[in-house]
Design a protein around this ligand. Structure first.
Ligand SMILES: Nc1nc2c(ncn2[C@@H]2O[C@H](COP(=O)(O)OP(=O)(O)OP(=O)(O)O)[C@@H](O)[C@H]2O)c(=O)[nH]1
Ligand SMILES: [Mg+2]
Length: 294
């Protein structure tokens, strides 16, 4: 990931990284410097609660003489941020179920993930379990054609669980290495739509009992804290395993990663940052922190 933030996430870089450098260059750290750090973290979408905890810990360290210089501050902040990000590695899996609100980047991520797995030599099956919009199926089919990856589709307005049923059989019979299920965007408050997701997961588990199924929630990083309540309810209703932060090339400011980790207690496994197929990275917490602070 080296140089990744500077090169790719230019907004994160200019809004966060460059401002931090000013603080880290100081000979002496005073009370007002911690207030400035607080402001930077808040502006970077780190979230009120998470920021408050970080600043409280740093203030304690400063009061006891353990943060005197800008360099001390940098090291202490790096430690704080590392402690926040859970290091749960992405489990090795063959079945991915992608969920999230409308427009959060599921279909784009499905294609990017399919491409990444294909590059690793895997035989991938894409499943268009978004039967709600005809355009959604076409969108995935187009990616499938471009990448030469098979896409299982169902009837328009049909039961998405039926598509998943067929796909699971094809997966089993066809010697595939991975199956990626793209679902329709939905609001977490629509109970019937959440039940539909549960049904999809149930069918996969019944048809493919040997496979580990990983449910990934796509979160649009540009929505900042607004997406938290949504994520929380998704998690309560259908058990999310990990987060994909999308549109990291947009106006999001990078701190969202820490807020997600500390407030949702869910690992971030992927960051997606553009509309072309290779713009996907497996998230590495240590590298990210290192780059953010350097
Ligand atoms: N810049 C940028 N745009 C993205 C990214 N991911 C998705 N998009 C765009 O965001 C829009 C929505 O993306 P989709 O992948 O269709 O989102 P979705 O969650 O499948 O949407 P629904 O199926 O309607 O719920 C599209 O215009 C994508 O091109 C990203 O990482 N960066
Ligand atoms: Mg979609």
């Amino acid at each position: 990931m080296f140089g990744f933030i500077k090169k790719t996430l230019s907004k994160v870089y200019t809004q966060v990284t460059s401002r931090l450098q000013g603080l880290f260059g100081k000979k002496h750290i005073h009370e007002q410097d911690l207030q400035e750090l607080r402001e930077i973290l808040l502006k970077a979408d780190t979230g009120v609660k998470t920021t408050k905890n970080i600043i409280a810990s740093l203030t304690e360290l400063a009061d006891s003489g353990r943060i005197e210089t800008g360099a001390d501050l940098k090291n202490a902040l790096a430690e704080q941020l590392s402690a926040i990000l859970p290091t749960t590695p992405m489990p090795s899996t063959q079945v991915y179920v992608l969920v999230g609100i409308n427009g959060s980047g599921k279909t784009t991520f499905a294609s990017k993930l399919a491409y990444q797995l294909q590059q690793q030599g895997k035989k991938v099956l894409l499943v268009a379990a978004d039967t709600f919009r005809a355009a959604a199926v076409e969108q995935l089919q187009q990616w499938g054609e471009r990448l030469d990856i098979e896409v299982v589709t169902g009837k328009p307005n049909g039961d998405p669980a039926a598509v998943v049923y067929t796909a699971s059989e094809q997966f089993q019979a066809g010697n595939y290495d991975a199956m990626i299920v793209d679902t329709a965007g939905r609001l977490q408050t629509k109970i019937n739509l959440m039940n539909e997701l549960e049904k999809i997961k149930r069918i996969i588990k019944r048809k493919l009992p040997e496979e580990k199924v990983v449910t990934l929630l796509t979160l649009d990083s540009m929505l900042g804290q607004n997406s938290f309540d949504q994520a929380q309810i998704f998690h309560e209703q259908i058990d999310i395993d990990g987060i994909v932060l999308t549109k990291m090339d947009g106006t999001g400011k990078g701190g969202i990663l820490f807020a997600v980790a500390s407030e949702l207690k869910l690992p971030v496994w992927y960051i997606s940052f553009g509309e072309s197929v290779e713009q996907l990275k497996m998230f590495d917490a240590q590298e990210y922190i290192q780059e953010l602070l350097t």
